[in-house]
Design a protein around this ligand. Structure first.
Ligand SMILES: [Zn+2]
Length: 128
């Protein structure tokens, strides 16, 4: 195992004549492909784990908790996260929430996620 000898050649993606990095690609195209593949893998994992969450929201346990930039509590599951107040409302309702259903904090304190402080609103149904 020595230092890899790189050949000068044409990148099969962008056509630049340069040192081949790997797979017949220049270093830029190779890194771009890696990033795209990584993004795609992450996307698939998020879809899979969101589906798992929606099937198991009654019993699933978060891996950790954090908060978003607006100060709302966020529960973090494997490759998926959601607002804690939405998750608590799901458990109260016994079903997942639709995208148009918004959970409000009755007393205005967004850290107070007790079920009795949460109420469900329907948004964007009628926009008159
Ligand atoms: Zn290239």
């Amino acid at each position: 195992m020595g230092k890899a000898i790189r050949k000068i050649g044409k990148c099969s993606e962008c056509g630049t004549i340069t040192e081949h990095h790997a797979r017949g690609l220049c270093v830029n195209c190779y890194n771009r492909q890696l990033r795209q593949r990584h993004r795609e893998v992450c996307r698939q994992l998020r879809i899979r784990d969101k589906a798992y969450f929606l099937e198991n929201f009654k019993t699933i346990k978060p891996n950790s908790a954090t908060s978003d930039k607006n100060g709302y509590k966020v529960v973090v599951f494997k490759n998926f996260s959601t607002y804690e107040h939405r998750w608590i409302m799901m458990k109260e309702m016994g079903r997942p929430l639709f995208g148009w259903e918004t959970v409000h904090h009755i007393n205005g304190n967004k850290l107070d996620n007790r079920p009795k402080n949460l109420t469900l609103f329907l948004t964007n149904f009628i926009d008159a």
